[in-house]
Design a protein around this ligand. Structure first.
Ligand code: PMT
Length: 422
């Protein structure tokens, strides 16, 4: 983690509260200063003394502690990050509605630091539309979310809702601190996307056949999420439209979607205001024409599935591209040789009116779908070309964003020269 970040660790009243003790220990071990804030119900699951033995700062529980007036604003201003683990349905609802009935909810409203929520609750509660709507609202506001995992829950039920693995939570903490630290210019990272609005897509779409089956693909969302993190760390105002359940750094607004149709609606409306759109998602090209609303039964025989084309989102973006908007597409190819990949990617660049295409050979070892690494060929509309040999996806993202920044500043310079000549 480095640099002794200051973390407010909010603990709500759920059975997973006992895991916050281990989380606190590991945050401190990683070099953080940790100030725990427990809700009243958290005390039913965890003793205050446990957290105070592990944290670097005093455990706080009340807005009305006379020794420390206005603790919520002090904590909110002190924090580099507010992490809530576990976050209950009640906390999520209050935060989404802007309510502050206790120290933790007041601190959440009184801080400008990034916030990461780690929800944990029973499956029925997690899947309730009220909770899901609140989560969607918070994601769109840029709150980081570490999605709950699936497994054994209190009472022996099994399903989605258990607190994410601590390793995953710690990764989200360090990505968020890195992004926010760079945003404040603390580590000297270039802020060359400051003021720019980017829409980035990630993950593979799922096209339903029936309520339990879908046509999908192997995209993990790693490449698209890495692009969003890189762009946000350079000051970009990023909205990530994703199908993937991956932790996202706080500060990146997130819209979760599932199908090509949902992605189309989200992207086309967001693109109207965007300076840059990057389509890294693997959008299905076909979907079942008539998905059924009851589970297909084996006893009814093998179904005949008729497919229809999905909307080509990138082509629609190319058609309506506003003046000055930069459009970046990806090309997932399975070529016989590098010339074929270049040829196919350039055809996509022209057909979809792109400014830049990032081609990857998805059959090459370590590249494309699912891997942590990728190897790409960048081709721009001006004839420029840049190859990135196999490296991690964040490094690929860095080169793509470097190229976008170069293209934007070239355009700026050209416009200036033109202005002077008139
Ligand atoms: O997610 P990962 O596991 O990290 O894997 C990364 C990746 C392999 C998915 C990524 O690097 C990648 O190649 N993304 C694009 C996948 C794809 O759909 O490629 P395509 O050649 O089929 O499509 C060309 C472009 O059109 C893409 O930008 C795609 O987003 C877009 N498209 C495609 C179909 C469609 N209906 N609408 C679209 O907008």
């Amino acid at each position: 983690m480095g640099n002794q970040p200051r973390i407010v660790l909010g603990v709500c009243g759920g059975i997973a509260a006992y895991k916050s003790a281990e989380l606190c220990r590991r945050l401190v071990e990683g070099g953080a200063s940790v100030a725990p804030v427990m809700t009243e119900d958290a005390h039913r699951f965890l003793g205050e003394v446990t957290l105070s033995a592990l944290a670097t700062e005093a455990v706080r529980t009340s807005l009305w502690d006379e020794r420390e007036p206005i603790p919520h604003t002090r904590l909110g201003q002190w924090a580099d990050l507010v992490l809530v683990a576990p976050a209950t349905a009640r906390l999520i609802g209050a935060y989404a509605a802007g309510l502050s009935h206790d120290l933790l909810t007041a601190t959440l409203l009184a801080t400008r630091a990034p916030v990461v929520l780690c929800p944990a609750m029973h499956t029925e509660m997690w899947e309730h539309p009220a909770v899901q709507d609140n989560m969607a609202l918070l994601r769109q506001r840029g709150v980081g979310v570490v999605e709950p995992g699936t497994g054994r829950l209190a009472g022996g039920d099994v399903g989605p809702g258990r607190l994410a693995d601590l390793d995953e939570i710690l990764r989200a903490v360090s990505v968020t601190l890195e992004t926010a630290g760079a945003g404040a210019g603390r580590d000297g990272a270039a802020q060359d996307l400051a003021g720019q609005r980017l829409v980035i897509t990630a993950g593979g779409t799922r096209e339903p056949l029936d309520p339990v089956r879908f046509l999908g693909n192997r995209s993990s969302g790693k490449q698209g999420h890495a692009l969003a993190e890189e762009a946000a760390s350079r000051g970009g105002n990023v909205t990530l439209v994703t199908t993937a359940d991956r932790p996202v750094a706080a500060g990146i607004r997130v819209m979760k979607v599932e199908t090509a149709g949902e992605m189309e609606r989200a992207v086309l409306s967001l693109a109207e205001e965007a300076d840059v759109v990057v389509m890294a998602a693997a959008v299905a090209d076909f979907r079942p024409k008539a998905p059924v609303d009851r589970k297909l039964k084996r006893a009814d025989g093998v179904p005949e599935i008729v497919l229809e084309p999905t909307p080509d989102i990138l082509a629609a973006l190319g058609e309506r591209k506003g003046h000055g908007q930069l459009l970046v597409g990806f090309a997932a190819e399975t070529p016989e040789g590098s010339d074929e990949m270049r040829h196919e990617a350039l055809a996509k660049l022209r057909r979809k009116r792109l400014d830049l295409v990032v081609a990857n050979d998805v059959l090459a070892p370590g590249a494309g779908f699912g891997h942590d690494t990728n190897a790409v060929l960048l081709l721009d509309a001006g004839g420029g070309e840049r190859a990135v040999p196999l490296t991690d996806k964040r490094e690929v993202a860095r080169v793509v964003i470097d190229t976008v920044v170069e293209m934007m500043s070239r355009r700026g310079r050209d416009a200036e020269t033109k202005g002077r000549q008139q």
